[in-house]
Design a protein around this ligand. Structure first.
Ligand code: C2E
Ligand code: CA
Ligand code: CA
Length: 782
């Protein structure tokens, strides 16, 4: 038998390919089953009708005995009746025994033997009676006996029809007795009448066999159906127990009538608990904040069929996901009478799916929402119309890079995790905190501006409290740019741009600042972006120009050197001062490439100048952070053929404060090339005289602010005098910048400066080599 099981979504149907019953005759059918298989069922009608049969037997015996009143017969008839009643009584006992003791399928053969024997005994009794009483009976009695023979044969055969053997022996013995009695009776024996008895017997047996065949067929068909149902339910049970899907059914209240055990097993609840509550109630009781079971609830309430609905049951710390499909059932009046459907446990798939989704939406390091998730929320915030203003905050940690550089990335990661925890602790209700990458975080929150101020202050206070990571105590800070979600803004990019603009401005103000976006910030940043773009173009297309400003020997008036000063001029922006574009070049990382270009160009230009004129080139602190400067200077000198002693690099003091060891090494390597180093803008930065010793400078350029206030501020004069003395002690040359007037010049000469530079002696100009050659004549000297 081949069984196919297929799923139609809501119902599982089992289809048997076996033919209903291939055999045609009862014999063949019985060959398939044990011939005694239906015996038990054959006994049942016999046992049911036994009482009536026996009672009628007894009554007929009494009537016969009463009718036979002729003196020669009366005694025989009564004796016979007594025997007959005794046999009937014995039969009754047999039947009772069979009914109580043998009425089981296992004992059916014995039972049939007992029943057949009892029938044979009664048949023999009646046969004997007919045989003895008939010959001496009156003709009236003979008629009565004739009817009794026929009646008993018919009654007996039909009362025992379901057991043909019993019917045959009863009717056979009774009929035989009747036949012999008739044959022995004068006037009857000669006629055809005795022969009617065997004919009647044959007809009766034929009728009995037909009836019993019908009974057997019916029983076999039932048995076959039952066994088929057994197989189906067996397979169904097996399927339900072992397959991941199972069938379920509820009553009209939605309480599970079938499948509750599987629900209970999967949900780790008791079967009672599952079966006592409706599905609707279960989905409500065991629902967590994240699971959304509203879909199925609506369907159940509306009485609509549903398919593949995922329902989350949250029991304790355990989340279980079931996939349910079902159809409503209706009674004959069309009212909802229940549900039936299929369920499967999809917890594992669902959890895997959730994990993948989590990975796509959450940052693995801090477990905070990531940029993608944050943007989704931002889009939703933009679309939602709320009376309470919403805000986007863009946070950037101050000093995080130094932590990474100093303590390594593992410590940096731990710090980021700790920062995420503190930030989450500050987050207002319904706010969203995300890590956008690196040390950048962002928050969406709502409230009036004063509340956002408070919140920002809380964040600042929280993050400026020192962190303990491993053995290190780490101090960082945070800068924040804040922008409001306004009606006019339709896209998140614009919001993020505004927050970024505000953050940039905050960073520019120094550490730990909070800035709100306004349009002025926007225009200043626009200019910044324009300058950055112009720098890129100028670099790519060599549009930069170097202006040269002379540095004069104060004693001789000879031009000692020219300082190369970079100029950026574009059609759109006009002339952009270096004080504005150099910081932008530094922030955008362009300074290295620009600086390289300046060194090479200055070296090339200087080769066309008189041999005793040097070139001074400004170097950004950022250029010193890698070893690249060494290679660049080396190749610039080699390519141009400039003598190293004619190249002077000017560095400001802020180039010296970070990573001292590395800087010392780079500077000494540079010096070993044979070039000179000048400390620029002395007096404006950290102004540490120790730098002069430490870094082995050849020259100090004292900042123009000292020169210009020399006459009016006593401290300025004191600083200049002190530096001059120190420089002289160390054998370092001293240059005064910003000499604009003759008074400045006199004062510097008097103070003992070696070189002077300033508008008085020459402005920075686009000087060709010819111009420089022509300017050989001594400048205005003292
Ligand atoms: P700096 O190195 O101190 O350069 C001297 C600045 O003082 C120049 O400004 C020059 O024009 C100005 N100056 C010279 N004499 C006088 C004077 O008598 N009075 C006044 N008021 N100013 C005078 P400039 O050209 O605008 O350069 C500004 C700064 O930009 C420079 O200061 C330097 O730090 C930076 N810079 C210029 N070119 C480069 C470069 O190629 N690389 C790097 N890294 N920085 C450069
Ligand atoms: Ca300079
Ligand atoms: Ca300077």
């Amino acid at each position: 038998m081949l069984l196919t099981v297929y799923d139609t979504g809501t119902q599982t149907i089992m289809k048997s390919s076996a033919k209903p019953y291939p055999h045609t005759t009862i014999r063949q059918r019985l060959a398939v089953y044990d011939p005694r298989a239906v015996l038990f069922e054959q006994l049942q009608p016999l046992l049911t009708g036994a009482g009536t049969t026996l009672l009628s037997n007894a009554i007929v015996a009494v009537i016969v005995a009463a009718v036979m009143h002729a003196p020669e017969q009366a005694a025989l008839a009564r004796s016979w009746a007594v025997v007959c009643i005794a046999v009937v009584a014995l039969s009754a006992i047999c039947f009772w025994v069979v009914k109580t003791r043998f009425a089981t399928p296992e004992r059916r053969v014995a039972a049939s033997w007992i029943m057949t024997t009892a029938s044979a005994a009664r048949g023999m009794t009646w046969g004997a009676g007919f045989m003895l009483l008939m010959p001496t009976a009156s003709s009236y009695e003979q008629i009565m006996l004739g009817w009794a023979i026929a009646g008993l044969m018919c009654g007996g055969a039909f009362s025992t029809w379901s057991l043909p053997a019993a019917a045959a022996v009863f009717a056979g013995f009774a009929g035989l007795g009747g036949f012999l009695g008739m044959v022995r009776t004068p006037g009857v024996g000669e006629t055809w009448m005795p022969y009617a008895v065997p004919v009647l017997f044959v007809f009766l047996m034929r009728a009995v066999m037909v009836s019993v065949n019908v009974l057997r067929q019916r029983v076999l068909a039932e048995k076959q159906l039952l066994s088929k149902n057994d197989v189906i339910s067996l397979l169904l049970r097996d399927f339900e127990e072992n397959a991941s899907d199972w069938l379920w059914e509820t009553d009209r209240h939605g309480c599970l009538q079938r499948g509750a055990d599987r629900f209970a097993r999967v949900l780790e609840l008791s079967v009672d608990k599952v079966a006592q509550n409706s599905l609707l109630k279960l989905s409500e009781i065991f629902c967590n904040e994240e699971s959304d079971n509203t879909g199925i609830r609506e369907k159940l309430l509306a009485g609509d069929s549903f398919s593949n609905q995922i329902v989350c049951f949250s029991i304790g710390s355990l989340d279980r996901y079931l996939k349910l499909s079902a159809k409503p059932l209706h009674d004959h009046e069309g009212k909802l009478s229940g549900w039936h459907g299929v369920a499967s446990d999809v917890t594992d798939e669902r959890l895997a799916d959730l994990k993948v989704r989590k990975m796509a939406l959450f940052d693995t390091l801090t477990e905070l929402p990531n940029r993608a998730f944050f943007y989704d929320r931002l889009d939703a915030t933009l679309q939602a119309k709320s009376a309470i203003p919403s805000w986007v905050m863009y946070l950037d940690l101050d000093g995080f890079k130094a932590v990474n550089d100093t303590f390594g990335h593992a410590t940096g990661d731990q710090l980021l995790r700790a920062v995420a925890v503190r930030l989450a602790g500050c987050l207002p209700a319904k706010g969203m905190l995300a890590r956008l990458g690196g040390d950048e975080f962002s928050v969406i929150c709502s409230g009036v501006k004063s509340r956002i101020d408070d919140y920002a202050n809380r964040i600042t206070a929280s993050l400026t409290t020192p962190f303990t990571v491993g053995k290190h105590e780490i101090n960082i800070g945070v800068s924040m740019g804040v922008t409001q979600v306004l009606d006019g803004i339709h896209c998140r990019d614009e919001l993020m741009r505004r927050a970024d603009v505000a953050l940039y401005a905050a960073k520019h103000r120094g550490r730990g600042q909070v800035r709100y976006y306004d349009e002025d910030l926007d225009s200043s940043q626009q200019r910044r972006r324009d300058i950055e773009a112009a720098l890129r173009v100028a670099l790519a297309q060599e549009q930069f120009v170097l202006h040269y400003q002379p540095i004069i020997e104060i004693q001789t008036g000879r031009t000692y050197a020219y300082e190369a000063l970079l100029r950026l001029q574009t059609a759109e922006l006009g002339s952009v001062p270096p004080d504005e574009f150099i910081p932008i070049a530094e922030e955008s990382g362009l300074i290295s490439d620009i600086g390289d270009w300046v060194i090479r160009k200055a070296c090339r230009d200087a080769t066309r100048w008189p041999n005793d004129v040097c070139v001074a080139v400004n170097v950004s602190p950022l250029q010193l952070q890698t070893h690249r400067i060494l290679a660049v200077v080396t190749s610039a000198l080699a390519d141009s053929g400039l003598q190293p002693s004619r190249l002077e690099l000017e560095l400001t003091e802020n180039a010296l404060v970070e990573n001292v060891e590395h800087t010392t090494r780079i500077l000494s390597d540079l010096k070993s090339l044979g070039i000179r180093l000048a400390l620029d803008d002395f007096g404006t930065g950290y102004s540490s005289l120790s730098h002069l010793h430490q870094f082995n400078f050849d020259k100090i350029k004292i900042d123009r602010s000292f020169v210009q206030s020399f006459g009016n501020r006593r401290e300025s004069a004191a600083v200049v005098n002190a530096v001059v003395h120190l420089a002289r002690d160390l054998g370092i040359t001293m240059t005064a910048e910003g000499v604009e007037t003759v008074q400045h010049l006199d004062a510097m000469r008097e103070a003992g400066c070696d070189h002077v530079q300033g508008y008085l002696l020459g402005r920075p100009e686009a000087l060709s080599s010819e111009d420089i050659q022509n300017k050989r004549e001594p400048q205005k000297s003292a």
